[in-house]
Write a protein that binds this ligand. Structure first.
Ligand SMILES: C[S@@+](CC[C@H](N)C(=O)[O-])C[C@H]1O[C@@H](n2cnc3c(N)ncnc32)[C@H](O)[C@@H]1O
Length: 224
């Protein structure tokens, strides 16, 4: 088997850990010390995150979508595919090196989504982005950990507690939707979403298309 080769590494802001970008033949992997955050060969459920959320939006002019976590750009590419020419998509990415990796090494994987004029990138914590303005977003697509618990870094825990979820709720426009990716179901998270006023739908999607690979969970939480 071809061995993995490290291309680059970067510090995770706000914590001691590092993330590494690895390559093996045509395959790429982004990893923390403990686990793989994203692999270029498997992105069915990352695509589904965007498909499911965008399909629930009223197709009107000037929609604003926020994506938390660029990764390898698959969710972004799918959101662009599903969106009109006057939709604007903001991506908040915590690790500046991940944005650079997309420009230097990974862009071709998802047809260079960062080059689309509908996209702007903020190199910051998505928690900071959502605090900047209330009722700002028609959709928020969140895929920053492997589920509703801090994995990229411990501080992400605060995105998924009651206080974090209330901030997401307020950041959405009325009728807006938040979609959250997870490798597994988490009943306590569903209860917290409901407690914060979201109307919740849960979908099981497959890691590989069509209908193949592990089962992942996507919460579709709307602000009534
Ligand atoms: C699993 S990957 C996202 C995969 C992405 N959906 C795709 O299609 O490739 C998670 C990403 O979220 C970023 N991230 C982690 N915590 C974050 C935070 N608090 N704010 C913004 N981005 C964050 C990571 O650096 C990483 O790029």
């Amino acid at each position: 088997m071809i061995p993995w080769k490290e291309i680059d590494r970067a510090i995770v802001p706000g914590q001691k850990g590092v993330v590494t970008l690895l390559k093996r033949d045509m395959e790429f992997s982004i990893r923390t010390a403990e686990t793989e955050l994203m692999n270029s060969r498997v992105h069915g459920s990352e695509d589904a995150l965007a498909q499911l959320a965008c399909s629930r939006l009223k197709q009107q002019s000037g929609l604003k979508i926020l994506i938390g976590g660029l990764g390898m750009g698959y969710t972004l590419a799918e959101a662009l595919e599903q969106s009109r020419s006057d939709t604007h998509i903001t991506v908040s990415e915590l690790i500046p090196a991940v944005v650079r990796w997309n420009r230097e090494y990974l862009g071709h994987l998802a047809q260079m989504p960062l080059n689309d004029s509908r996209v702007s990138v903020k190199e910051e914590d998505v928690a900071k982005t959502i605090m900047q303005k209330e009722s700002a977003w028609d959709a928020i697509l969140l895929d920053v950990d492997n589920g509703p618990a801090g994995l990229t870094r411990q501080a992400n825990d605060s995105l998924y507690n009651i206080s974090g979820l209330k901030t997401f709720f307020l950041a959405l426009r009325s009728g807006g939707i938040m979609a959250v990716w997870s490798s597994a179901i988490d009943e306590a998270f569903t209860r917290r979403l409901k407690k914060c006023g979201f109307k919740v739908e849960i979908k099981t999607v497959r890691a590989r298309k069509p209908g193949k690979g592990s089962r992942h969970t996507i919460w579709l939480a709307s602000r009534p």
